[in-house]
Design a protein around this ligand. Sequence first.
Ligand code: NDP
Length: 329
Amino acid sequence: MSHPFKAILVSRGEDKKQSVAVTELSDADLMDGDVTVSVEATTVNYKDGLAITGRAPVIRRFPLVPGIDFAGTVLASSHADWTPGDKVILNGWGVGETHHGAFARRARVKGDWLVPLPDGMTAKQAMAVGTAGYTAMLCVMALERHGITPDRGPVVVTGAAGGVGSVATAVLSGLGYHVVASTGRPAEAGYLTDLGAREIIHRDELSGPAKPLGKERWAGAVDSVGSHTLANVLSMTSYGGAVAACGLAQGMDLPGSVAPFILRGVSLLGVDSVMAPKALRLEAWSRIGKDLDPGKLGALTTTIDFDGIVEAAHAIVDGRIRGRVVVDM
Ligand code: NDP
């Protein structure tokens, strides 16, 4: 277990500038944890893009191996729940932010952070879903808990051609929802229709300053965009509807009014994947196994190898990635 392995390492100089290098680490370089995992697949999420490009302060300890999620096989464990050979998934918990992450052939983490790979799913399929897809499922579950069933009316998905958006579109349409896909890439209309979207709208309809209330267009929403887009989505949500908000691709601000809340009883449901409790994670991964069509998952996935990670990180923050990127380690 002690032979060196390839890893991406982000460092910061005295001038506070970040640099990214491909290097070799050994087990002794890994951080504390009670389970060592052979990383078989990982993925490039939006947050990984921010971390590697340094466009947002995702990494809070240097030098650090980025990568917020992986799937792999347990190599060694002193944790009661895991034994060598177990297939596991990790999402979040500060991995790739304050703890060495997924962009290395091996990882050492806390056993409490891991969940089992669902039966019948490969490591690559799990990372095709990745944190973006697992978050999309958390959003769908939040809407369901709020009583937003398919008969209540359409559900809009913003950033639809992105990772969260693509998986949300596929899952919601599979569950029978009428999905309105909002995208800035009209050329991807066919892709989104194949995933199950019934209507495609241009994201420009939602990206300018919002009126307090607009025409009621949908009963629910999965929003990975934030800012004006989220404000517009809220203003166009019908009476008693709900919006699951998980992202900030347009911005972190929320320049809207309270009108949708106090005049239409609209609910804003916050969704966080990083610190989500284990029971919710297990439910989300089990639902992904049941409610995400593997054919659609294949259609929304591009596979790259380790050497493609840094380029993919730049591409995702530039909005050039369609669907999900899985890294075959
Ligand atoms: P992607 O880059 O794959 O998708 C984001 C999509 O948003 C783009 O594809 C694009 O969709 C749209 N978009 C990009 N820039 C803008 C803009 N300026 N205005 C309007 N729309 C824009 O990222 P992910 O799907 O992986 O992540 C989406 C968001 O969700 C990110 O902010 C990420 O940090 C967040 N996230 C949050 C999590 C949580 O725990 N809360 C977990 C996972 C992700 P299109 O081309 O179709 O218009």
